[in-house]
Design a binder for this molecule. Structure first.
Ligand code: G6P
Length: 608
């Protein structure tokens, strides 16, 4: 996962920057870089190795202000030229986490104005854009703010100008960023662990904030440009723990990390030539040509990701797909098809049933195997011919959140790559899908902004003993996942049904004591779903409907409408999931359960 550290001090900041990067190493990265100002010029060091490589390179360097970054590219050889910081005209340097959605457009405009690009990243446009404004007034804060207006997407950035060594400017939208306050020295970081060795005084920037940091002071401006105060927290973390930062629980933190986790996972698609089989491993180009169907094997939340993928793979790529619970498949005498790609999905890569199912598939004669996994060196990854690593970073909460949404992002990429390879993707469709993917982190951020509304709603569930979740089509697995989250962490009995099945049984349970949660995206099944909701209302059931804009559903007696910010087409399941994660989290808070370690459950189920 990408990470940012910045520092301004009266001493050499290079050791502070390097130590910060080292603290971020656990999140994974494949290149690192830093820039300091020395003798009125930038001194930039970048490396595709470990941070220790950078440490060796910097042995004779020093500077009292600097910014640093770890980058995790998702395909191809991670190169020094793509590593951050990016520098414009030897004058402005930038490090960036996130995805700039309109970077191609900006790149074309900046190129036309004479800017030369030296990397393939979306991030480099930020450096040139800020530079173009900086030329006008020599004011780094004003230039950054002007540039941010033009950026569409998710970002945390830290900016440095060579002829202005008195301050750093930083900003966030959709990716976390914080200030660390020292004595006559100040810091910026994407993650509190990066500054714990130098200060425990932390100010978390809010969504849309821009800040200017000097040696002795700092100023924060909100998204409207008004100067604001943000509370300072004294961190109680030890230098060694995976930090909770401003959050109360890991699950909460992991829910809110999703824009960044998705941006990291989708980093490959910043580049328009990105939809290539190579994303899934060296042999993928050949293997994908040979396969005619897909079998997905997984457990728990990962199995729900597979269920969503089936809709995508059949609908978009036209490839037959079956999804099976790993613990069932491993003991079933199934018929192997040597043209089938066996896809295992797992956060940990160590789930015993999933590993056993993969071994069973290989014993049956399956040759083509792909693991979609969050842990690089895990058993599942090592066993599989192909692999795609999600970039969610460590997931500590037992109930899976960011691992699930990044699995979905990976599976959507798989769908697009297969569609393209089977020549079913027009250039226009490819552009549109890539646009949607780049927009995903920002779209998720908009759902996260609904947290206060969902927290209020959760009060209505605390006294309930049962709930029913309904969804249709692509969103039926999301109803299942919503119910799983709620039961796992709040211990409220929750069941999910495809809404059309209601009349075949579960309707018998519906009365005024049964809250029914409906996932209502603005898709082709909406009218059918509306009829199913009428069936619930007619039996006195209380409805809570998570509805997209344009569904023309309204709150009324017994119907509470929760308006989703936008409809994301095929990616809609990801947005609806985030809303249901928030619901489960806040209901669990109401009930006072152990959110991160629910009773009887384990994070990694390494036994049968
Ligand atoms: C456990 C966890 C779940 C997870 C499942 C599969 O039950 O509590 O959150 O979905 O295992 O784990 P995996 O690591 O294979 O995705």
């Amino acid at each position: 996962m990408c990470g940012i550290v910045g520092a301004i001090a009266q001493r050499n900041v290079i050791p502070i920057l390097l130590q910060g990067l080292q603290r971020l190493e656990y999140r994974g990265y494949d290149s690192a870089g830093l820039v300091v100002i020395k003798n009125s010029t930038f001194e930039r060091l970048r490396s595709t190795g470990r941070v220790t490589e950078l440490t060796k390179k910097s042995a004779h360097s020093s500077g009292k202000i600097g910014i640093a970054h770890t980058r995790w590219a998702t395909h191809g050889v991670p190169s020094e030229r793509n590593a951050h910081p990016h520098i414009s005209c030897d004058s402005v340097a930038v490090v960036h986490n996130g995805i700039i959605e309109n970077y191609e457009e900006l790149r074309a405009q900046l190129t036309a104005r004479g800017y030369l690009f030296s990397s393939d990243t979306d991030s480099e446009v930020i450096a040139h854009l800020i530079h173009s404004y900086y030329l006008q007034n020599n004011d780094l804060l004003a230039a950054t703010r002007a540039a941010l207006v033009e950026l569409i997407g998710a970002y945390a950035i830290c900016v440095l100008a060579v002829n202005n060594p008195q301050h750093l400017v930083c900003a966030r939208r959709g990716s976390p960023l914080l200030l660390g306050l020292g004595e006559n020295e100040n810091f910026v970081a994407s993650d509190v662990s990066a500054v714990l060795a130098v200060t425990k005084n932390i100010v978390y920037l809010a969504e849309g904030d821009v800040a200017e940091i000097n040696l002795h002071s700092y100023r924060i401006f909100d998204e409207g440009g008004k100067q604001v105060q943000r509370a300072m927290h004294v961190s109680e973390l030890s230098n060694d723990s995976v930090e909770l930062g401003e959050y109360s629980h890991y699950m909460q933190k992991e829910i809110f990390e999703q824009p960044q986790a998705l941006a990291d996972t989708l980093e490959a698609v910043c580049n328009s030539q990105a939809l290539i089989p190579g994303l899934f491993g060296a042999d993928a180009a050949v293997d994908f040509k040979n396969i005619g169907s897909i079998l997905i094997l997984a457990c728990g939340t990962s199995h729900h990701a597979g269920m969503v993928a089936r809709y995508w793979l059949e609908d978009i790529a036209g490839i037959p797909c079956t999804v099976e619970i790993a613990s069932e498949y491993r003991y079933r005498k199934s018929v192997a098809n040597d043209k089938t790609l066996v896809v295992t999905i797992s956060q940990s890569g160590e789930t015993a049933d999933t590993i056993a199912a993969l071994n069973h598939a290989m014993l049956l004669g399956h040759v083509y195997t792909l693991a979609i996994c969050n842990v690089p060196e895990s058993a599942l990854v090592r066993l599989s011919r192909l692999r795609f690593l999600t970039r969610a970073g460590p997931e500590i909460g037992v109930a899976s959140t960011k691992a699930f949404t990044t699995q979905l992002a990976a599976l959507f990429l798989l769908t697009l790559v297969l569609t393209k390879q089977h020549q079913r993707l027009s250039a226009e469709e490819e552009r549109e899908h890539l646009h949607q993917l780049r927009h995903l982190p920002s779209a998720v951020q908009l759902v996260l902004n609904m947290a206060p509304e969902i927290a209020l709603l959760s009060e209505k569930f605390a006294s309930k003993h049962h709930t029913l979740f309904l969804g249709r089509g692509l969103h039926y697995p999301i109803a299942l996942e919503g119910a799983l989250k709620l039961k796992e962490i709040s211990y409220i009995h929750a069941e999910a049904y495809p809404a059309g099945e209601l009349k075949h049984g579960p309707l018998a349970l519906v009365d005024k004591y049964m809250p029914v949660i409906a996932v209502a995206p603005n898709d082709t099944l909406l009218e059918k779903l509306k009829s199913n909701l009428q069936e619930v209302r007619a039996r006195g059931g209380e409805l809570f409907v998570f509805a997209d804009a344009g569904t023309r559903l309204q709150s009324s007696e017994g119907v509470t409408l929760i308006q989703m910010p936008e409809h994301a087409g095929y990616l809609s399941p990801i947005l609806h999931t985030v809303a249901l994660q928030l619901l489960a989290y806040y209901v669990a808070l109401q009930k006072g359960t152990d959110v991160d370690k629910p009773r009887n459950l384990a994070k990694s189920v390494t036994v049968e």
